[in-house]
Design a protein around this ligand. Structure first.
Ligand SMILES: CC[C@@H](C(=O)O)C(=O)SCCNC(=O)CCNC(=O)[C@H](O)C(C)(C)COP(=O)(O)OP(=O)(O)OC[C@H]1O[C@@H](n2cnc3c(N)ncnc32)[C@H](O)[C@@H]1OP(=O)(O)O
Ligand SMILES: [Co+2]
Length: 134
């Protein structure tokens, strides 16, 4: 069911500072900020030869990453995104297997304009999983 790792996400308290650190300290190519109010985050992507790193900061009062940053004020690894060919089939198989699909189970459009879903970290070794249909 799983394809490539599409991205690994790092939640940060200050997106501009994090992006600058990746550019100046790590010599990385970093995209411009993308505000995604429907996800409650602003993101940039660090483009790499084999995958991407998503740096994200909270956007708005109800950001789903606010509690994470309250627990991890310096930031930290937030989620891993796997690609799937059919996100509805993946969702239904996971629900059948007893995994918790977050939200109402309807995929949202993510940062790449593709449908995404999230799986509860407690069902996957303490790791928040995002699925992106490609
Ligand atoms: C940019 C768009 C898109 C893309 O295209 O790439 C994105 O990536 S958007 C990214 C932001 N959106 C989301 O993360 C949506 C899914 N997340 C959620 O629904 C919530 O964050 C959550 C996973 C349900 C957690 O919500 P929270 O308010 O933090 O609830 P709790 O504090 O009760 O947490 C429950 C439990 O889970 C632990 N936790 C929370 N976040 C993570 C995490 N990222 N990784 C691992 N564990 C996490 C938290 O510590 C609690 O554990 P206990 O304290 O042991 O109960
Ligand atoms: Co993501």
């Amino acid at each position: 069911m799983l394809g490539r790792v599409n991205h690994v996400a790092i939640a940060v308290p200050d997106l501009a500072a994090a992006a600058e650190s990746y550019r100046s300290m790590l010599g990385a190519n970093v995209t411009e900020p993308q505000a995604l109010p429907e996800h409650g985050v602003t993101v940039v992507f660090v483009t790499l030869p084999n995958t991407k790193v998503e740096l994200l900061e909270p956007l708005g009062e109800a950001s789903p990453i606010a509690a994470f940053l309250a627990k991890n004020p310096a930031g930290g690894m937030h989620h891993i995104c796997y690609e799937v060919a059919d996100i509805i089939a993946a969702r239904d198989r996971l629900k059948e297997a007893g995994a918790r699909v977050l939200g109402d189970g309807t995929p949202k459009i993510g940062a790449h304009g593709k449908p995404v879903l999230f799986l509860h970290p407690k069902d996957f070794q303490g790791t928040l999983i995002e699925l992106e249909e490609v």
